[in-house]
Write a protein that binds this ligand. Structure first.
Ligand code: SF4
Ligand code: SF4
Length: 255
């Protein structure tokens, strides 16, 4: 690892951005590094922009803030658009959630697409664990912290009832990074394998809150004609799992 790395984890509040930063920082300490960190929320508590900055170094950290990230994790389009502006243009890397972010070409910057929301929804039945999946893919590829240190950091920072799924998410992210093939002719993109799962709604649980139609990136969810639940247009659904994560009533599952 280079002596000092500036890492920014970003997205919207509710995606576990602050927790991801805390786990990364504690993992680095476990691996014997020096660490400084800070976090920032946007105006809205849930759904507003959010970031967590971590500086990791082998030597004493003289300036504890991230100015020009070497590594950016972007879990929302707003975060990607905002924070790629000041990423390091020579050695910078961006890890983005393929379900929520459309990328643009940024000369000098390697961009790695990770289907973290989709993977967490399909493999762990918990899209909320996408933060640990993408963080672990980043950790594995950059070798910035070890898997054992990440597991220990999850143990220290995650409430007991969510610990198991977050540990599984760490293992999933490291395994994903090891097994994926680089995309041909790549710009650094890694593709997830597509699976056979798709979102299925239980309209007995749905309270027609209209949240999932507004969150779906493909605009393929609508309120049904009886206004008693929702319908999903599978011709356009890309199985990203965001609706599963978004539903406050757990009315949608990948099945
Ligand atoms: S319905 Fe929309 S949000 Fe849900 S999995 Fe399909 S594309 Fe994603
Ligand atoms: S988010 Fe859940 S409760 Fe709200 S409309 Fe969608 S399925 Fe129904």
């Amino acid at each position: 690892m280079e002596e000092t790395r500036q890492i920014r984890v970003s997205g919207f509040a509710g995606q576990g951005i602050i927790l991801a930063g805390a786990v990364l920082g504690h993992a680095a300490v476990r691996d014997g590094k020096r660490v400084a960190g800070s976090s920032s929320y946007g105006a809205a508590a849930r759904g507003g922009s959010c970031r967590s900055d971590v500086v990791i170094s082998d030597k004493p950290i003289l300036f504890p803030h991230v100015i020009e990230p070497d590594i950016l994790i972007a879990m929302s389009q707003e975060a990607y658009d905002r924070y790629t502006r000041n990423i390091d243009r020579e050695n910078g890397m961006v890890f983005y959630d393929q379900s929520t972010v459309s990328v643009k070409d940024i000369p000098g910057v390697k961009q790695v697409g990770v289907s973290s929301t989709e993977l967490a929804a399909k493999e762990l039945n918990n899209a909320q664990a996408a933060n640990m999946v993408i963080l672990s893919v980043m950790a594995a590829i950059t070798e910035i912290v070890s898997q054992n240190a990440m597991i220990s950091a999850v143990n220290e920072n995650v409430p007991a009832r969510f610990r198991d799924v977050n540990m599984q998410a760490v293992k999933l992210g490291f395994a994903q990074a090891r097994t994926e093939q680089k995309h041909p002719g790549d710009t650094g993109q890694w593709q997830a394998k597509s699976g056979a799962l798709r979102p299925v709604v239980d309209n007995d649980l749905c309270v027609v809150c209209n949240l999932c139609p507004s969150m779906c990136p493909e605009l393929c969810i609508s309120i049904n004609s009886q206004k008693s639940g929702i319908e999903i247009d599978y011709d356009f659904c890309k199985d990203c799992g965001i609706c599963v994560w978004a539903c406050p009533k757990k009315a949608i599952k990948m099945a």
